[in-house]
Design a binder for this molecule. Structure first.
Ligand code: SIN
Ligand code: FE
Length: 291
C-alpha cells in the first residue's frame, strides 16, 4: 500500500477541490498519511528565534498549550516572549483546525482539539525508557488519558529550515492487533475504578484503553518486532505538512528537530466508516464491546 497520500494544496484554508475533499477522510481512515509537500507553516522573522531548544524549560521536550486556555507549558519564557510563543502556537492551532474542517467537512462538527505542541528538541540521541521511546514503532495510547474509543487525529508540520523529519511507518493496525492482542491479558476487575478513584487516570480506563496500552507496550518492547515488521522509512521534507490517525498508524520518529503538532479527537461514530476504527477492529477480535 502507498503510505503517503499526496495532498496538492498550498494554503491552510479551504475550500479545496471536490476531488481532494472526496478522498481525504478515506485516506486517513484507511491508515494513510495525508501529505502536503507545498504546505509550510510560515514563521515571522521574529519567531524564527524560537527555532532553538533554548526556549524549553530544561525538563520538557515540547512546548504545549491547550487551545482556549492561555496556559503554556514547557518553556521558561515569561512576559512578551511567552506571549509571542503562545501566539505562534495559537496560529498553528487555527491553521490546522481550518485545514481539517475544509478537508473533512463531515468531521467538522465533531472534532475536539487536544494539545498544540511545538517541538524544538532534536529527537535523535535522546535517552528515555523503552516505554517513552518514540523512536520505537508504536500506536498512540496514553496511560493517564483514556480515550474510551475516541480517535486521535494529528496534524504535523516540519519547520526545520533544512533537515527532514524521519519517521518509520509499520504494518496496518488490523495486522498489528491480530499479532499482538493474543498476548495481552484482560484487565484486572476493579483496577480501572481504583486508578480513577486515586486520580492516577483522568477518566475511566475502558477495556479499549487497556488493550491499546497493551499493544503500545508490546510493540515497543519487542526488539524483533521493531526490526522485522514490514516498514517504510519516510524522510519528511522541511516546509511540509502531514496528518494521520496516530492511534492506528504505527509510527516511530527517528530524527528531526523543529516541528508543530496539533492533536484532535473524533468520536468513532463521526467517521465515514466506523468499522475502520481501532475500537471496532479490537471488538471484532475479542468478540465483545470494549467501552
Ligand atoms: C510521536 O507521535 O511518536 C512523535 C512524532 C513526532 O514528533 O514527529
Ligand atoms: Fe506517537
Amino acid at each position: 500500500m502507498q503510505i503517503l497520500e499526496p495532498l496538492n494544496i498550498a494554503r491552510w484554508q479551504g475550500p479545496f477541490s471536490p476531488e481532494i475533499v472526496a478522498n481525504a477522510a478515506d485516506a486517513l481512515e484507511t491508515g494513510k498519511l495525508l501529505y502536503a509537500p507545498q504546505l509550510p507553516f510560515e514563521l515571522s522573522e521574529s519567531e524564527r528565534r524560537f527555532l532553538s531548544p533554548d526556549c524549553l524549560d530544561g525538563k520538557s521536550k515540547n512546548i504545549s498549550f491547550r487551545p482556549g486556555s492561555r496556559a503554556l507549558k514547557g518553556t521558561h519564557y515569561q512576559g512578551s516572549e511567552r506571549n509571542e510563543l503562545l501566539g505562534m502556537l495559537q496560529r498553528y492551532y487555527n491553521h490546522s483546525f481550518d485545514l481539517l474542517k475544509a478537508l473533512c467537512p463531515a468531521y467538522s462538527q465533531d472534532l475536539t482539539p487536544g494539545f498544540t505542541s511545538f517541538r524544538p528538541a532534536e529527537i535523535a540521541g535522546r535517552t528515555t525508557s523503552w516505554r517513552h521511546d518514540d523512536t520505537r514503532l508504536h500506536v498512540d495510547a496514553f496511560p493517564s488519558r483514556p480515550m474510551q474509543g475516541l480517535r486521535i487525529l494529528r496534524v504535523f508540520t516540519n519547520v526545520n529550515p533544512v533537515a527532514p523529519r524521519v519517521w518509520r511507518v509499520g504494518e496496518k493496525f488490523d495486522d498489528a492487533a491480530a499479532r499482538l492482542l493474543p498476548g495481552i491479558k484482560p484487565p484486572v476487575p476493579g483496577a480501572a475504578s481504583l486508578l480513577h478513584w486515586l486520580r492516577i487516570v483522568k477518566g475511566r480506563r475502558t477495556e479499549y484503553d487497556h488493550f491499546m496500552l497493551g499493544i503500545h507496550d508490546r510493540m515497543k518492547a519487542d526488539e524483533t518486532y521493531q526490526s522485522q515488521v514490514p516498514q517504510t522509512k519516510l524522510e519528511i521534507a522541511p516546509g511540509t505538512t502531514w496528518a494521520c490517525y496516530t492511534d492506528s498508524v504505527s509510527h516511530a520518529a527517528m530524527s528531526g528537530q523543529f516541528a508543530f503538532e496539533q492533536t484532535f479527537y473524533l468520536p468513532v461514530k463521526a467517521m465515514k466508516d466506523p468499522e475502520r476504527s481501532p475500537l471496532r477492529v479490537l471488538e471484532r477480535l475479542v468478540g465483545r464491546n470494549l467501552t
